[in-house]
Write a new protein. Structure first.
Lengths: 238, 294
């Protein structure tokens, strides 16, 4: 069903679109679960959870290929236009972003396993607020897509700005800790990379929000700068 | 003589003669470069339709207050479900509907700022300016050569060299020359469906019209023949203003610069084709083009 609420005359087209959409949402769920496992594994020093996050990345990779393949089939078989076309393109691009998010989760899990082999440092907790911001961004990005919520999609850039600020602050703190406690240099270095992964996850979530705006409003908001984006958000909410 | 005062045939002859003089070659047909031809001067900016309504019989109104502008030397596609009025409007552009009893209209259609229903305008001269290609190819049971020069012969043209020139130029423009140059005097009925349709296009442009109307020109053709016609349409717009009625959405996106969606005799939306097919402004348009109609 498209934005007008009418079903396509061809039931098989409607089903293919719905299946593509559902696959993206299932993929998002697995990617987010991988991120949860990786972070929980880091914070609780649980290597099993880290291993799960790494192993389950294969499932996300498979989703990406399936969604791309189905998208190609839809383009070939049904030649969609307007909202339907944007829906198919967005599904393929969001799948790519989710795959990258899951890759970042895998990187976090690998570093968490290595961190677990060293003595625990208090600064590990500094990752938690970054994770909370990143995961909210990811959920909102997916919600914007699932509910075709253009307002929410437009709001993600601002949220990401807060994550970026928190990230820079964390890097500063971890750098200071490295100077203060050189014996745990490797652990702090791993934590810096973990923070970097979360910052990148925020960027991918923003990309997902951008695709949702594209689906809902046919507007390409990539690379337009914060001022133009704010204006657009104001215009759209009026 | 001022070219503006010449009849289309005389203008055509003058153009060819001037081209021959320029090249200094008289022993073979001259390939005319349309963009440089003086006959293009004074071509219409567009077709303007102003608050136009049309009735088949007094009680049956099939077009309602259509207002639109069709730009010069671009391809404009009319889309919409069967019975929405797109072909009726197309056939009004050259007053083909006048042949039906009981029809009436309100409003105006202008071609090159000239009201086509002006009492002083001869319908024949209007139709010379507007070529038409129909859904089903309709070559005359004559040779390929005679099909192309038919309208010139009817107008009394007997100059063999001129007719030869017209045949070669028209068939080349219709991308049919290479396939037919060695059998110009064979029956046109021996051509394939796609070739017949291109012959009809060659016949339609032989008289150098300003506008070319095409009513589902590919609906009876296979994909290869369709591709050839579509490629031809893209080339023809260098010289002609093309209006095409099509039920094939992909064809409209491939060949047209502007697209207009009609429903129940009303113009719902007209826009650049890319815009109309990527982000139509009207919900009815989106429902139709994305297959959510009915």
């Amino acid at each position: 069903m498209n934005s007008s609420g009418k079903e396509h005359t061809l039931a098989s087209f409607e089903e293919a679109l719905q299946e593509s959409r559902n696959a993206v949402l299932r993929m998002a769920s697995v990617a987010q679960q991988n991120l949860d496992h990786a972070i929980t594994g880091l914070l609780s020093r649980n290597a099993e959870l880290c291993n799960e996050a790494i192993a389950d990345d294969d499932e996300v990779n498979a989703f990406e290929k399936t969604i791309d393949g189905e998208g190609l089939k839809i383009l070939m078989r049904f030649s969609p236009v307007a909202t339907d076309l944007r829906q198919v393109l967005a599904a393929m691009k969001i799948a790519n972003n989710l795959e990258r998010i899951s890759d970042e989760a895998g990187s976090i899990a690998r570093r968490a396993r290595k961190i677990g082999k060293h003595p625990e440092v208090a600064e590990t907790r500094m990752i938690e607020p970054l994770y909370e911001r990143a995961v909210v961004l990811l959920r909102d990005g997916i919600r914007a897509y699932a509910e075709s919520d253009v307002d929410l999609g437009l709001a993600l850039h601002k949220q990401d700005g807060k994550l970026d600020t928190a990230y820079r602050k964390t890097i500063k703190e971890l750098t200071k800790a490295m100077e203060r406690d050189p014996s745990n240099l490797k652990v702090y270095l791993h934590l810096i990379f973990v923070a970097r992964c979360l910052e990148r996850i925020g960027d991918h979530a923003v990309n997902i929000g951008e695709e949702s705006v594209f689906v809902g409003s046919a507007t390409d908001i990539r690379h337009i700068g914060p001022e133009a984006l704010s204006e657009m958000a104001e215009d759209y909410s009026v | 003589m001022n070219s503006a005062s010449l009849s289309p045939i005389a203008m055509h002859k003058e153009n060819i003669q001037s081209s021959v003089q320029k090249t200094g070659q008289t022993d073979r047909p001259v390939e005319v470069v349309a963009a440089e031809e003086p006959s293009l001067a004074g071509r219409p900016d567009y077709i303007k339709v102003s608050d136009f309504s049309f009735n088949y019989v007094p009680a049956v109104r099939v077009l309602h207050n259509i207002t639109m502008e069709i730009p010069e030397k671009q391809v404009t596609a009319f889309i919409g479900p069967s019975g929405c009025g797109k072909t009726t409007l197309l056939r009004n552009f050259n007053r083909m509907n006048d042949l039906i009893d009981g029809v009436s209209h309100e409003g105006h259609i202008y071609v090159n700022d000239q009201d086509i229903h002006d009492r002083n305008l001869e319908v024949i001269s209007l139709r010379k300016r507007i070529g038409m290609v129909f859904q089903k190819s309709n070559p005359f049971p004559k040779t390929i050569y005679e099909n192309v020069v038919y309208s010139l012969r009817v107008a009394g043209q007997k100059n063999k060299q001129l007719l030869n020139e017209v045949v070669e130029r028209s068939l080349k423009s219709a991308a049919l020359w290479e396939e037919t140059k060695d059998r110009l005097h064979d029956s046109a009925l021996g051509l394939s469906g796609g070739q017949m349709q291109r012959l009809c296009i060659a016949r339609a442009i032989a008289n150098r019209p300003e506008i070319l109307l095409m009513d589902e020109p590919c609906s009876a053709l296979d994909p290869i023949a369709t591709a050839k016609i579509e490629e031809l349409i893209t080339e023809l717009k260098q010289s002609f203003t093309v209006v095409i009625v099509t039920h094939n959405m992909q064809q409209a996106t491939r060949v047209s610069d502007r697209a207009a969606y009609f429903f129940m005799g009303k113009l719902i939306e007209m826009d650049d084709t890319t815009q109309l097919f990527s982000n139509p402004s009207q919900k009815e348009t989106e429902d139709y083009i994305s297959g959510r109609f009915g």
